[in-house]
Ligand binder design. Structure first.
Ligand code: CP
Ligand code: NVA
Length: 315
């Protein structure tokens, strides 16, 4: 446990990558998300965040992460301030360290969605409030927690007995899944085209700590065989628009469609963090089919984000 996540430490608890959390903390956040979901569905109010303000500093587009964090905070009785970075003085050259210190005087917690991981790291370095990574080019650590919450809801808690498979780009979401597999001790098989494998350092660090195999293949058919959970994501992530045409050609054999899914177990569940590009990384038939749990997955972001905010702000 490091200084940033030690509950006994007086410093803020940041969540920048999955590796900021221990196995026990991850499971505790997911359990908290499951409890909060039951509580909210019961109609009883839960207002621990009255008087607290969450800032959302976003440099990239977002539907789910933005709205689920905003709704999570509002449901807990708090308030939110949405800050597109181009509208701040940051957009005119004010430094990250000055911005982080000033925002710390107004807010109780901040979610940052940006390009470079070093940007969110720098904000966390200077902020006196918890900083949560709402997606960077390298990681999407909140996403994987609500994804695993969804797996638990549909397939139970024994994650180590499930064959988890990632098909497609070795991107930010894949990196967070790799770190989660390592921390929680479940196996993960990825199928990625050559040149689009996960970041070598992230992969090797996770493999070094892992207690179950984290394997990267190139053949999606081999990877998906007997899968219990299949996960995919867009072929063109935010910021990669110029590579779109080339990526669509290279990734074509990696489409999760009914033909590929037929190689998995019959009761396989299909995850996609969304937004989906139908007939690119996933076919309409699979996205809307009986194995898809993507709408539950999207919903769970809100409850898991409530859990993260409660943890980060010590509510
Ligand atoms: N899954 C996800 O992060 O969606 P948004 O980009 O809409 O926030
Ligand atoms: N990999 C995608 C995830 C979107 C939620 C992206 O970074 O655009």
């Amino acid at each position: 446990m490091n200084r940033l996540t030690d509950p006994k430490s007086m410093g803020p608890r940041h969540y920048l990558t999955v590796f900021d959390l221990s196995c026990e903390e991850i499971l505790s956040l997911i359990n908290s998300g499951l409890r909060l979901k039951r509580h909210c569905k019961s109609g009883l109010p839960y207002r621990p965040a009255i008087g607290k303000v969450l800032g959302l500093l976003f440099e990239k587009a977002s539907t789910r992460t933005r709205v689920s964090f905003e709704s999570a905070m509002l449901q807990m009785g708090g308030s939110t301030v949405f800050m597109p970075s181009r509208d701040l003085q940051l957009g005119r050259g004010e430094s990250l360290k000055d911005t982080a210190r000033v925002l710390s005087r107004y807010l109780d917690c901040i979610v940052v969605r940006t390009f470079g991981q070093e940007i969110v790291d720098e904000i966390a370095r200077w902020a006196d409030i918890p900083v949560i990574n709402g997606l960077t080019d390298l990681h999407h650590p909140c996403q994987v927690l609500s994804d695993i919450m969804t797996v638990i809801e549909h397939r139970g808690r024994d994650l180590k007995t499930l064959k988890m498979v990632w098909i497609g780009d070795g991107n930010n979401v894949a990196h967070s899944w790799i770190q989660a597999a390592s921390r929680l001790g479940f196996g993960l098989t990825l199928a990625c085209p050559e040149g689009y494998r996960p970041d070598r350092k992230i992969l090797e660090t996770a493999q070094a700590e892992a207690t179950a195999p984290i394997t990267v293949l190139t053949d999606p058919v081999e990877a998906i065989r007997d899968a219990d959970v299949v996960n995919t994501d867009v072929w063109v992530s935010m910021g990669q628009e110029k590579e779109a045409q080339k990526r669509r050609e290279i990734f074509a054999p990696y489409q999760v469609n009914t033909r590929l899914l037929a190689k998995a177990n019959a009761d396989v569940i299909v995850l996609h963090c969304l937004p989906a590009h139908r007939e690119e990384e996933i076919s309409e038939g699979v996205l809307e089919g009986p194995n898809s749990v993507v709408w539950d997955q999207a919903e769970n972001k809100m409850y898991l984000h409530m859990a993260i905010l409660k943890w980060a702000m010590r509510l």
